[in-house]
Design a protein around this ligand. Structure first.
Ligand code: NAP
Length: 473
């Protein structure tokens, strides 16, 4: 059996390591020039993770030496490079998969370099990899430099007048790092985020030594972190016991960091916490109170050659940073995916992407998605979800070897979607906000509505009754 993996971020690496351990031949296709996915792309100053590092790492490759509770992008990228090197994962870099097509007997993987046949394909392309730059009138006339936060590269904006569009997690991290370095930072906010304090801090050499040397200490710490997020943060997303607690914590954080009542009012969200991804940051609000940082809540009407125009006038800018998020609901695009009988996945997902357990779609045998539809979390580590998915795919490969090609049935897909929608209806995500979790029409295509523990339980082993098995692989 030959397996193709598309992407060499957290998901692709995890899949490759597990396949290698079982001696299953595979190829990892990666369009970039290194491993790391989103952690290779996002190099803006201040980039980091809002999930504790010990949880945001693989259970099979625990790392006791994280420098701090919430490490920055360079350290996470170094961890992923270390995992790839240690497990000898050698992706084909610079090789973008443009098309996947099932020809009745296997998958054809199309890249600019040619076509190759595989028995199984696993996509691991992430949900946050295609920058979304809004179409603002006049954008093309801007005289300065304009780019997306995930395309920062190694720019230095010291001494510049910078306009930052957006106030999500990316903006909240880069604005404090720019403030004081740039001459002026204007932050254009359309909707305020809920912001909670980030209890960050360095691990002392003693703590690290305990993690390394005391049997079970590191595992216990991980489990405690996991249980905390499951039992405290998750209930707030389904209007459970902590809803009020999170709201009060957010408002108290705002009060303690912003003295000006007018600014505070403009930063107070008008929707429940968790509806959009909560921003975890202790530096964002203080940055907004600086004399060289301005929060602008008037809507942007136009970009002009010298800056950004709102109904209040034009504000000069030399650089515009679009921290405006990603194309999150168009899973797998721009890849073309054609299943059996010419089924087009884009067409099948016209009204919103859906997949059985987030991993399989009817009409697309032996194709598995990692971090696919409705598997994002608003409260816990995505690495947990990826490991559950990789374990599931490994068991599917075992079934394929025994029983032939496998394809989820329409009945299983439809029963799953009904149950999923029922659970989604009880979440905070559809309560009066716009977010990257849903389509323009309001369908929530990205998030898993139950606990991460539940997902692990449901994906422990494939239910053969949910699949049709065919001749050959
Ligand atoms: P995002 O959460 O989608 O935020 C995009 C921001 O841009 C929003 O404030 C949005 O306003 C604004 N925006 C979009 N179009 C606009 C327009 N035409 N005019 C004005 N404002 C506009 O994107 P992100 O900040 O890059 O974060 C995406 C996700 O990546 C996060 O939720 C998180 O899961 C992950 N991430 C995590 C971290 C971390 O771990 N700390 C850091 C970065 C990213 P509206 O709200 O009004 O739409």
């Amino acid at each position: 059996m030959r397996v193709a993996i598309v992407g060499a971020g957290f998901g692709g690496l995890c899949m490759a390591v597990h396949l290698a351990r079982k001696g299953i031949p595979h190829v990892v296709f990666e369009k970039g020039d290194g491993v790391g996915g989103t952690w290779r792309d996002n190099t803006y100053p201040g980039a980091g993770c809002d999930i504790p590092s010990h949880l945001y790492s693989f259970s099979f490759e625990p790392w006791c030496d994280w420098s701090r509770r919430y490490p920055g992008q360079p350290e996470i990228l170094a961890y992923l490079e270390m995992v790839a090197a240690r497990h000898r994962v050698r992706p084909r870099f610079g090789t973008e998969v443009t098309e996947l097509a099932h020809d009745g007997s296997g998958w054809l993987v199309v890249t600019p370099g040619g076509v190759e046949r595989f028995d199984v394909v696993v996509t691991a392309v992430g949900q946050l990899n295609r920058p979304r730059v809004p179409e603002i009138p006049g954008a093309e006339t801007f005289r300065g430099e304009a780019f997306h936060s995930a395309r920062w590269g190694s720019r230095d904006l010291a001494g510049k007048r910078v306009a930052v569009v957006g106030t999500g997690s990316s903006a909240a991290q880069l604005v404090p790092s720019l403030a004081g370095t740039a001459r002026q930072v204007d932050v254009y906010q359309r909707t305020p985020s809920w912001v909670l304090p980030k209890a960050d801090g360095a691990f002392s050499p003693l703590t690290r030594a305990v993690f390394r040397r005391v049997p079970g200490a590191h595992r216990l710490y991980r489990e405690w972190q996991f249980a905390y997020l499951e039992n405290t943060v998750f209930p707030a997303l389904v209007e459970g016991w902590s809803t009020g607690l999170i709201r009060r914590a957010g408002l108290a954080h705002l009060r303690s960091q912003v003295a000006d009542p007018g600014l505070r009012r403009r930063l107070t969200p008008g929707y429940p916490p968790g509806c959009k991804r909560i921003v975890l940051d202790s530096r964002f609000y203080p940055a907004l109170t600086r004399h060289d940082v301005e929060l602008i809540t008037d809507p942007i009407t136009r970009i002009v050659p010298e800056g950004v125009e709102t109904p209040a006038g034009v504000r000069q800018a030399e650089v515009i940073v679009y921290a405006t998020g990603f194309h999150t609901t168009e899973f797998l695009l721009p890849m073309t995916v054609t299943g059996t009988c010419g089924r087009d996945l884009r067409e099948q997902w016209r009204d919103g992407a859906e997949a059985y357990l987030g991993m399989a779609a009817p009409g697309f045998p032996n194709l598995f998605f990692l971090y696919g539809p409705n598997t994002n979390l608003g409260h816990n580590s995505i690495v947990h979800m990826l490991e559950a998915q990789v374990g599931y795919v490994m068991r599917c490969l075992h079934l394929i070897a025994r029983r032939g090609r496998m394809e989820v049935t329409e009945a299983a897909m439809s029963a799953y979607t009904t149950a999923l929608n029922r659970a989604l209806a009880a979440t905070v995500w559809n309560q009066g906000c716009r977010s990257w979790y849903k389509t323009e029409a309001g369908r929530i295509t990205n998030n898993w509505p139950r606990s991460a523990r539940d997902y692990r339980r449901l994906t422990r082993r494939p239910r053969p009754g949910a699949y049709n098995f065919g001749a050959g692989r």
